[in-house]
Design a protein around this ligand. Structure first.
Ligand code: GAP
Length: 522
């Protein structure tokens, strides 16, 4: 039996992120799109394991949102929508990012991201002060008191707040000259070259255009949808009437969205083609504060049920609200490159439905039988990027451990409910009838679970391979199995091994991977 690990090796942030990217490629999770042609920037393909992990995340979300709420139903709207949709939603006029070019390096950046990254560096300084103080004061350390009273930390925090407030106000007023002035005052340099020779800040629309129609003269200009939400809004009344839905009720949807991102250098964190999992919850006007708190809490519980570490999440309330929102927060996750947005929760008021009423000339109102009155519902939205969730889960899971015998192992500690393969069946040797028994076990278990079979190399190497692949359980068939119908089951995370009956395998695996067990932690 292998020895339990003694500690987790820590890599620095850049190294960790590089390891995440190379592991994703080496173990068949994520490939660069059209790699043989040198790839396409910020576009990725999900490989044999990646597609399973992505499907399991999508399913975990769908079950929590649709199956577990009797007032939420699903939808699968088209990617193409009538172009007026995007005029009504405000995307044609306002779905812009502020871009800035560096004149020396010719590199393009999002002006707001340059400023936010500057603030993140100050935040790192706060983290360092906190870590130092925690070490100094030991158990008596009170973090909340320290950050609110330590003069240096208070000074850092005030600086961050004033920078972000000024940026928020300038962007709101479209005062792009002030955004540039802020970059210059903070002496922000091109992260790649150190040059401070910047152009003016300009707005850049993120939607991809395309055409519908066979001949150039009669072709209609279309957009690839930049969010799935609008497919829900335009179908609001269809779903409400055909499903006899009563407010409050929700419509959930997963699907592709497209954005011509100015900067997309963080692997699958910011892509040009990505997938969203969105839910619009239609409510009575005036109840939005209550529902905002409800969904903040519900979504955070969903994240925490996966056990990626409570300390890796935080809320970030928006200073600058989008044109449609009266309250907004992000659930941020600690990615290898720091805390970043994972999910957005927006109180969207009646903006979208009202806009679609105006542009289509059709009423999109709800008739409340109890109150005998019609109104345009308000909307609470939860919106999460599936690819971003994938990156959160995958990067958190990838660990290097030093074992007691001074060897290291690379292990992908994916939540068992999300792992591509739930178990791998391994005949100890490739002879004496063991492969046949192992194959029989696979054939029986595959009705319920995704099961791998592996007979190549020594069993120790196969364990390591399955560890790196993220498979939570290995089932080894040996010569004793032929006599006692028992196998050895090995747990990925603890490396513990147990002898169990073949007939008990289904229940043992179910206990580890059953969605119900995981969702009940919410
Ligand atoms: N309907 C609201 C909406 O689309 P958003 O904050 O622009 O709001 C929601 O996007 C979520 O979609 C984000 O929290 C993020 O997880 C994901 N997302 C947005 N842009 C993305 C991109 N370029 N690549 C990957 N995920 C993205």
């Amino acid at each position: 039996m292998e020895r339990f690990y003694i500690f987790v090796l820590m890599a620095n942030q850049d190294d960790k992120f590089k390891k995440v990217i190379s592991h994703a490629k080496e173990y068949g999770y994520v490939f660069q799109s059209s790699e043989i042609y040198d790839g396409l920037s910020a576009v990725y393909d999900y490989a044999q394991n990646g597609v399973e992990l992505k499907k399991n995340i999508r399913d975990y979300w769908w079950r929590a949102m649709v199956q577990m709420h009797d007032n939420i139903v699903g939808l699968d709207a088209s990617i193409f929508m009538h172009p007026t949709t995007w005029k009504a939603s405000g995307h044609v006029d306002a779905f812009n990012d502020p871009l800035i070019d560096n004149k020396d390096s010719k590199k393009r950046y999002r002006a707001d991201v340059l400023i936010e990254d500057y603030c993140a560096k100050i935040e790192n300084k706060i983290d360092k002060e906190v870590a130092k103080a925690a070490k100094r004061f030991g158990e008596a350390f009170d973090k909340a008191e320290f950050v609110s009273t330590n003069p240096r930390v208070v000074g850092y925090q005030e600086k961050i707040d004033s920078i972000l407030q000024r940026m928020g106000k300038s962007l709101e007023k479209e005062d792009l000259a002030d955004v540039k002035a802020l970059i210059e005052e903070l002496e922000i340099a091109d992260p790649l070259t150190g040059s401070k020779n910047w152009t003016e800040v300009k707005q850049f629309n993120l939607m991809f255009g395309t055409k519908l129609g066979a001949s150039a003269e009669h072709a209609m200009d279309l957009y690839l949808r930049p969010e799935t939400a609008q497919g829900i809004f335009v179908n609001f009344l269809n779903v409400q009437k055909s499903g006899r839905m009563k407010i409050p009720f929700g419509i959930a949807q997963t699907g592709k969205a497209f954005r011509n991102e100015i900067v997309a250098r963080q692997f699958i964190f910011r892509m040009r083609e990505f997938e969203q999992m969105e839910m619009q919850f239609f409510i009575k006007p005036g109840t939005q504060k209550t529902w905002f708190e409800y969904w903040k809490d519900a979504r955070m519980k969903w994240h925490k049920s996966l056990g990626l570490g409570e300390e890796n999440y935080r809320f970030h309330d928006h200073e600058k609200l989008a044109h449609y929102a009266d309250a907004a927060t992000d659930i941020e996750f600690k990615f290898p490159f720091g805390f970043k947005e994972l999910e957005g929760i927006h109180s969207r008021t009646d903006f979208d439905l009202k806009q679609h009423e105006e542009f289509s000339g059709k009423k999109l109102q709800y008739f409340d039988h109890e109150e005998n009155t019609s109104y345009t519902p308000y909307v609470l939205e939860t919106s999460i990027g599936l690819d971003r969730m994938f990156l959160a889960v995958f990067s958190n899971a990838l660990q290097e451990e030093e074992l007691e015998n001074n060897t290291t192992r690379t292990v992908l500690k994916l939540p068992a409910v999300l792992a591509p393969f739930k178990a791998a069946v391994l005949p100890l040797v490739k002879k004496d009838g063991l492969p046949e028994v192992a194959q029989q076990i696979v054939d029986e278990l595959k009705w319920d679970f995704n099961i791998a079979y592996d007979e190549k190399d020594a069993v120790g190497r196969r364990y390591r391979r399955q560890d790196a692949n993220g498979t939570p359980l290995c089932i080894t068939v040996d010569h004793d199995t032929l006599n006692d119908n028992s196998v050895t089951i090995r747990y990925r995370d603890t490396m513990e091994q147990k002898r169990v009956k073949i007939e008990d395998l289904r229940d043992i695996i179910k206990q580890e991977v059953d969605v119900k067990t995981w969702l009940k932690k919410m």
